[in-house]
Design a protein around this ligand. Structure first.
Ligand code: AMP
Ligand code: ZN
Length: 112
């Protein structure tokens, strides 16, 4: 499958890995938008948040829990943002479900 994140998970494309387990792979974003910018990606190829179902319940909880743990590990004591861009209007550019963990600076709301 011609998927950038599947290739990163498989080690075919290099990445700056920060965490990995049976379900997820987390690595630094190549174009960071904050001092800490980590991508948390399920190992299963799921196109977008719009494609999850009941079978992904444990996975989605697991991502939230690991986001919290990574935020602590990277010293984001003042808070952080966990973002999913879903499909065209959401600004998704890689069609493999992923969450952005952003922190280390104060964030504006609403996003552009
Ligand atoms: P999105 O726009 O939500 O689909 O996010 C895709 C993210 O992947 C962007 O923030 C990109 O900077 C990031 N990205 C693209 N290619 C790579 C790569 N080879 N390694 C790390 N991050 C990447
Ligand atoms: Zn994929």
């Amino acid at each position: 499958m011609d998927c950038l994140f599947c290739k990163i998970i498989a080690g075919e494309i290099p990445s700056d890995k920060v965490y990995e387990d049976d379900l997820i792979y987390a690595f630094k974003d190549i174009d960071p938008q904050a001092p800490v910018h980590i991508l948390i990606v399920p190992k299963e190829h799921i196109e977008s948040l719009d494609d999850i179902n009941e079978s992904h319940k444990d996975l989605i909880f697991h991502i939230s829990l690991k986001a919290k743990e990574l935020a602590a590990k990277f010293g984001l004591t003042k808070g952080y943002r966990l973002v999913n861009n879903c499909k065209e209007d959401g600004g998704q550019s890689v069609n493999h479900l992923h969450y952005h963990l952003l922190g280390g600076r104060s964030m504006a709301w609403p996003p552009g």
